[in-house]
Design a protein around this ligand. Structure first.
Ligand code: SF4
Length: 365
């Protein structure tokens, strides 16, 4: 009887989750579809069969699709619009050690299909980042690196291409040199563009599909006027994918400086913008939709586990994947239950501030 009731719960959860996904603005996630095409083209049949079987088990068990892993809490840039700095006060360490990623993945890799190195700092600042990516690859996960690429050197680029994470995503706040350097403070526009070009070139020379190189432009009042220029740059560089992404504003922070760099820069009339103004002229989200991070969980550089990357500030972790097993962290801690019953429908205060994923895919030749 208990089994039947458990199966009914699972079925209800699957239906709820997928109908919530369909309720989003995009039924087909063009980014994931394109990455999938690359993965299928570049992988062997046995690898694909293994990955597909794991995916079926994962879905039936209701495990998350991926881990979002913070490999560094230190950044080479000091962008005033970046929220990363607000989330660092509780971290004990600067970098995730490679040995701790090994422990984390030993506990988690048979339950998830992907790992993304993202937030809060710059992954390339971690002196062990190449080893970290190699470990994730050895665990047969789909590996994504989010990096500003501002200080990538040629030797690291060569090693990176030879280790071949599946995807490298980089973000520009502007396609104009002066604005980029004023807003991605510490970065040099030409150097960042050259670094993207090197990765594309090295990959071409080796005849590899991976890493898929993806560049995204954050939509601001000025950058939405630069979309054609941005599309020209990424096409010329030979990138695989390019997107315009909405700017995320932390609506809980409304100080003068924050307002100046964020709120006044939101392109309210643009289709990619997630915000509108209420009757009192305050910025509010247009529509909430279901949780955009429902399929992922977040692991900080300390190994602490949270339901998503927007939660850590002030939130108690559900567990620690370096020192605890999957069952303890995912199930016994209540994380699985909370993801399904509380966070899917944005049941936390932090969720009222969270933008749905929405982007425009640009053609790249
Ligand atoms: S803040 Fe809430 S809605 Fe947003 S990603 Fe996190 S859990 Fe999901």
């Amino acid at each position: 009887m208990r089994r039947i009731s458990h199966s009914c719960d699972r079925l209800r959860w699957l239906l709820e989750f997928h109908s919530a996904k369909l309720g989003r603005m995009k039924i087909i996630d063009s980014r994931r579809l394109k990455t999938l095409v690359h993965v299928v083209r570049a992988s062997s049949i046995p690898w694909l069969i293994g990955a597909a079987s794991k995916e079926i088990v994962r879905r039936l068990a209701g495990w998350p699709r991926g881990l979002l892993v913070e490999s560094s809490t230190q950044c080479n840039l000091t962008c005033p619009w970046c929220e990363g700095i607000f989330h660092l006060s509780e971290r004990k360490r600067k970098f995730l050690p490679a040995s701790d990623l090994e422990s984390t993945l030993r506990h988690a890799s048979s339950h998830v299909g992907a790992v993304t190195f993202v937030r809060t700092g710059e992954p390339l600042e971690n002196p062990e980042i190449l080893e970290i990516i190699a470990i994730a690859r050895r665990h047969r996960l789909v590996v994504t690196l989010n990096s500003n690429l501002a200080t990538l050197d040629l030797e690291t680029a060569k090693s990176m291409v030879s280790i071949a994470p599946h995807r490298i995503v980089t973000t520009l706040i502007s396609a104009e040199k002066n604005e980029y350097e004023a807003k991605q403070v510490g970065g040099k526009f030409e150097r960042t563009i050259d670094n993207i070009a090197s990765l594309c070139e090295l990959k071409r020379e080796r005849g590899q599909h991976f890493p898929v190189i993806e560049v995204q432009l954050i939509a601001t009042k000025t950058s939405v006027e630069q979309i054609d220029k941005f599309a020209d740059i990424v096409s010329r560089l030979g990138c695989d994918m390019a997107f315009v992404k909405p700017m995320r504003v932390d609506l809980f922070r409304d100080g003068d400086e924050y307002r100046r760099v964020h709120i006044d820069d939101v392109p309210l009339d643009h289709e990619v913008c997630n915000y509108t103004l209420d009757e009192e002229g305050r910025l509010v989200l247009k529509h909430l939709g279901p949780c955009p991070q429902q399929e992922n969980i977040y692991v900080s550089a300390d190994g602490d586990v949270y339901p998503c990357l927007f939660g850590p500030e002030g939130m108690k972790p559900y567990g620690n994947l370096i020192s605890e097993g999957w069952q303890e962290v995912w199930k016994e801690s209540g994380l699985a239950k909370d993801k399904r019953e509380k966070y899917l429908h944005r049941g936390d205060r932090i969720c009222t501030n969270c933008v749905p994923s929405k982007e425009i895919a640009l053609p790249v030749d």
